[in-house]
Write a protein that binds this ligand. Structure first.
Ligand code: SF4
Ligand code: SF4
Length: 472
């Protein structure tokens, strides 16, 4: 192999051929310790993903992201557009956490937690192995002409893929329109909801396209997180890595020969069996070093460990390790960059917890009715307002009353005290009347209290205009 051939991986990607066509990857079915752990983790995460929109906490959907109705529930807690700053802060925390996590553990998220990898490798790929068989059978099937066997296997696979894509679309929809509305649509005549049905089918086709054809290219070409690796990873980051010192030694890798003393010949432990390459779902050779295509799926660790055990060598030729660990034997250190990210993360989390703690149960907005002047009697001034009350709690507030705190005076709510259901909004009109003797200016600042069953739960303020000449 020439030096140019060896460096070829740098200017090409495994999923595209020389002439720019799609190069289908046929990864060998992985098996081993890490594959088993990843399978258990994926079952757990898939279960979470599927049931989360159907779990209720005090009547609130566990996770709801209803953008159209502007209703958001996180862990059963309702959040309103007025809480948008909390959402932004949570997202910032998420980003800093992912950066910190990546700096330390590389792309571990991609291999173990990313929905794309979980659906691709743990759902769709497993179905493919079940219907079409392992790598050699898949290659053979794709090469053979369209006969009865190929039509049957491909047709059945695509049917199952479409069905699962449709189920995934329904689950995703439940996150955005709520599971109650979704179940109502499902039980109703579909012709009454043609619009939503079309959207559902569009999403289904997108999922089908991604998992049936586009596949690992999402991670290689589309995902922005994947593109960030170049700036986030350094020599201290723990990634799936090939121990090139041990694998190559002085004279490089070499095919295995029984009873040969490789150490004496100066060859490393890599027997050049190619097993780590054929299991790779992104079609790379990890022996070329850390590459942007690697999603840290651990399939090559399992494949190589199996080879090492069979040939009598220590497992771990490919393992979770940093470049510093492999080349200099340096173990993980909590360096300045990690400390800085940790401090930022701790500050953001503290601010979020404080804001959540200070978040009021009720959001009250009291504004003067547009275009309305104040009215006066001999002794008093009166103004008319609109009020909006948002109940952010998970319980109904049956007896909500608004009272003046800063002045003596009277608040008359049209229709009496209000009822605000949990997560609900109540609007109405009220009059505020204050005796002239209690006013000091023509634009008084009022402080009002919101009471539920006689208990003060929130305060708010509003302006109270009056005549220029206030009688003292
Ligand atoms: S599986 Fe291990 S021994 Fe085989 S080629 Fe890969 S690194 Fe070398
Ligand atoms: S190189 Fe190994 S860990 Fe990376 S994607 Fe390929 S098989 Fe998975």
């Amino acid at each position: 192999m020439t030096a140019q051939d060896k460096e070829h991986f740098r200017d090409s990607i495994g999923t595209i051929t020389e002439d720019g066509k799609r190069n289908t990857i046929y990864p060998k079915k992985p098996k081993g310790k890490f594959t088993n752990y990843r399978t258990y983790v994926s079952w757990f995460l898939l279960l979470q993903l599927i049931i989360a929109p159907f779990i209720k906490v005090n009547g609130n959907q566990f996770i709801l992201l209803d953008v159209m109705e502007r209703k958001f529930n996180i862990f059963g807690q309702p959040f309103w557009p007025q809480d948008f700053h909390l959402l932004v802060l949570s997202m910032l925390i998420g980003i800093v956490f992912i950066i910190l996590f990546t700096v330390i553990f590389g792309r571990i998220f991609c291999g173990w937690m990313c929905p794309q990898t979980i659906f691709m490798e743990m759902v769709f790929r497993k179905i493919e192995y079940w219907i079409e068989g392992d790598r050699p059978k898949q290659i053979r099937l794709d090469k053979q002409p369209w006969n009865a066997e190929k039509i049957r296997k491909k047709g059945f696979k695509w049917f199952v893929f479409f069905l699962i894509s449709f189920i995934i679309s329904n689950v995703f929809l439940a996150y955005f329109i709520s599971s109650d509305v979704l179940l109502q649509y499902i039980t109703d005549n579909p012709l009454n909801h043609v619009g939503i049905l079309i959207k559902l089918l569009v999403f289904t086709m997108v999922f089908f396209f991604v998992f049936a054809w586009f596949r690992e290219q999402v991670c290689i070409i589309v995902c922005p997180y994947g593109r960030l690796q170049g700036v986030l990873l350094d020599k201290k980051s723990i990634v799936v890595a090939y121990d090139h010192k041990r694998g190559e030694d002085e004279n490089g890798r070499k095919k295995f020969r029984k009873n040969e003393d490789r150490a004496e010949l100066g060859h490393g432990d890599c027997i050049d069996c190619n097993q780590c390459v054929v299991v790779c779902p992104t079609g790379i050779d990890i022996r070329n070093g850390t590459q942007l295509e690697c999603v840290n799926c651990t399939a090559c660790i399992d494949a190589c460990d199996e080879v090492m055990v069979k040939t009598g060598y220590e497992p771990g030729l490919i393992r979770y390790a940093s470049e510093d660990d492999i080349t200099e034997g340096k173990k993980f250190k909590f360096d300045a960059r990690i400390k800085a990210y940790s401090v930022v993360l701790a500050i953001l989390v503290t601010v979020l917890v404080t804001l959540l703690f200070l978040r009021t149960d009720i959001e009250a907005t009291i504004l003067r009715l547009p275009g309305q002047m104040f009215s006066t009697t001999e002794d008093a001034v009166s103004n008319v307002y609109t009020f909006k009350l948002i109940n952010k709690t998970v319980k109904d507030l049956d007896n909500v009353e608004i009272k003046l705190i800063s002045h003596n005076g009277e608040v008359k709510m049209v229709g009496g005290n209000s009822k605000v259901s949990n997560g609900g909004l109540t609007e109405g009109t009220l009059f505020i009347e204050i005796e002239k003797k209690d006013l000091t200016s023509s634009k008084e600042k009022l402080k009002l209290g919101i009471y539920a069953d006689g208990e003060l739960i929130e305060t708010t303020s509003t302006n109270f205009p009056g005549p220029m000449q206030i009688k003292k």
